[in-house]
Design a binder for this molecule. Structure first.
Ligand code: NAD
Length: 483
């Protein structure tokens, strides 16, 4: 028996105006675990109206910063208090292991709200030194207005928290739109916001699919869209926002290169590459996917990677021993296995994995971590974002050549460098065209560090003070001091 979840519009939880619902499934078993209202155009209109009223007439944008900070802090406390249940829900809906859901998804959501609670009292402008006599000139930062926050299925609670905490800290009102595959924890987050004392209409939550997102982006009452998802949909959002020049920030796809140098710590590079490649079963925008390895070392690197991958326990995220969980849906599993077939047909050498799991796990979307070597730059698996546990080793002869090949992609989100030589590590970190670079480590994030991409990996940054700027407009104020 599954509970039906409703939409949060203004101060009420309501079914979709059309009465339509959709189901969400456990990727480890294929079983239905929830039913959610499917928001349509009428619901979007009502949610935007509620957010508009809350912004134009409500207390939130003008609330004293310290009072707003206390509300954000309460959201963090409630998230923490319910952490166990939220982590379990995330695992059931998304597939990630329970330890990951607990230690990363929930913990980081909590810390993000605490971090932005701190920012509420530090949203400062500056006094400017203009070269005109008798002027006082200063800037302020003001909220943008009604923000549509559209998130993907890979880190539902985490990514909704990144957007929501920054948008709320700066005094905006919002409409959350989680991905249709993983709506559950975002709905709980909206419920927590209400309990924490967020005023009516400041946080609205519309579950639904692409059509719900499309209606939000097209709505003239939405001032800003913050989107995390695929580059393809991101481009569509830019086109749709052109009509009224909505503010848009975007965190899009990636195809992270790793450059392993000759002087790298080989063992550490294997362990970190595997961890970075398989984080959330490879369903991570910054997952390491293309490993550029000196030709003399590339066979050994691929074999060690495959041997280490073969030892990882694959299974449902709720099983304590599982290290690699299922992919989010059957459709996505089919898509990823399609890439594996393409890799083989285009001549890459499969060193390990590549198969779905059968037996007891056949109903889940499980896939063995898959390692290819002798991958060349023009192969589909080296160019397109796979978003699954598929790692490609690409041998190189010269370091400059490896850098040029690492940068030969339309994406520019994450990258990793493996080198024990300090100067070489710094040089490579600078040479790689990506928004984030991790040296001698798997990818990490922290609320204090900006997150985002170059090239077709997005516009703008989330987290840190930069993330806060994405939700404010800068105003220049001129005061004449002449009598
Ligand atoms: P997606 O683009 O298919 O969907 C993302 C969200 O947009 C969902 O909520 C979906 O319902 C909605 N949507 C779909 N079509 C829409 C439209 N036309 N207008 C408005 N909204 C629409 O992405 P996905 O498959 O859910 O997520 C995977 C993608 O997300 C990958 O490409 C991954 O790299 C990217 N991602 C990027 C980051 C980052 O920080 N750069 C983080 C996580 C995921």
């Amino acid at each position: 028996m599954t509970t039906s979840r409703q939409l949060l519009i203004g101060d009420a939880w309501v079914p979709a105006a059309s009465g339509t619902e959709f189901s969400t499934f456990d990727p480890a078993t294929g079983k239905q675990i929830g039913v959610c209202a499917d928001a349509g155009t009428e619901d979007v209109n009502r949610a935007v109206a509620a957010a508009r009223t809350a912004f134009d007439q409500g207390a939130w944008p003008k609330m004293l910063p310290a009072a707003r900070a206390r509300v954000l802090w309460r959201i963090a406390d409630l998230l923490e208090e319910r952490g166990e249940a939220l982590a379990r829900m995330e695992t059931l809906d998304q597939g990630q292991t329970l330890s990951f859901a607990t230690d990363v998804s929930v913990s980081f959501a909590v810390e993000t709200f605490r971090y932005y609670a701190g920012w509420c009292t530090k949203i400062d402008g500056t006094v400017k030194s203009v070269s005109i006599p008798d002027m006082l000139t200063y800037t302020t930062r003001e909220p943008i207005g009604v923000c549509a926050l559209i998130t993907p299925w890979n880190y539902p609670l985490l990514l909704a928290s990144w957007k929501l905490a920054a948008a709320l800290a700066t005094g905006n009102t919002v409409i959350l739109k989680p991905a249709e595959d993983t709506p559950l924890t975002t709905i709980e987050l909206a419920r927590i916001c209400v309990e924490a004392g967020v005023p009516e209409g400041v946080v609205n939550c519309l579950s639904g699919g692409a059509e719900t997102g499309r209606a939000l982006v097209a709505h003239p009452g939405v001032d800003k869209v913050s989107f995390t998802g695929s580059t393809k949909v991101g481009k569509g959002i830019v086109a749709a926002a052109a009509g009224d020049l909505k503010r848009v920030s975007m965190e899009l796809g990636g195809k992270a290169p790793s450059i392993i140098t000759e002087e790298a710590d080989f063992e550490a590079a294997i362990a970190g590459s595997l961890e970075g490649g398989l984080v959330n079963s490879g369903q991570t925008c910054v997952a390491y996917t293309r490993f550029f390895v000196p030709r003399s070392m590339s066979d050994a690197f691929a074999e060690h990677l495959a041997a280490a991958a073969a030892t990882l326990q694959i299974g449902p995220g709720l099983e304590p021993n599982s290290v690699v969980g299922p992919l989010v849906s059957r459709t996505h599993l089919d898509r990823v296995t399609g890439y594996i077939e393409k890799g083989i047909s285009e001549g890459a050498r499969l060193v390990g994995g590549g198969s779905r799991l059968d037996g007891d796990l056949a109903d889940g979307n499980f896939l063995q971590p898959t390692i290819f070597t002798d991958v060349t730059d023009e192969m589909t698996i080296a160019r397109e974002e796979i978003f699954g546990p598929v790692l490609s080793v690409l041998p190189y002869d010269k370091l400059d050549e490896a850098v040029a090949r690492a940068n030969d992609t339309t994406y520019g989100l994450g990258a990793s460098i493996w080198s024990k030589d300090l100067a070489s590590a710094h040089r490579l970190a600078s040479a790689v065209r990506s928004g984030m670079v991790w040296v001698n480590m798997s990818p990490l994030c922290d609320p204090a560090m900006p997150w985002g991409g170059m090239k077709q990996s997005g516009w703008g940054r989330e987290l840190s003070g930069s993330g806060m700027n994405e939700y404010t407009e800068e105003k220049a104020v001129w005061i004449s001091l002449r009598n």
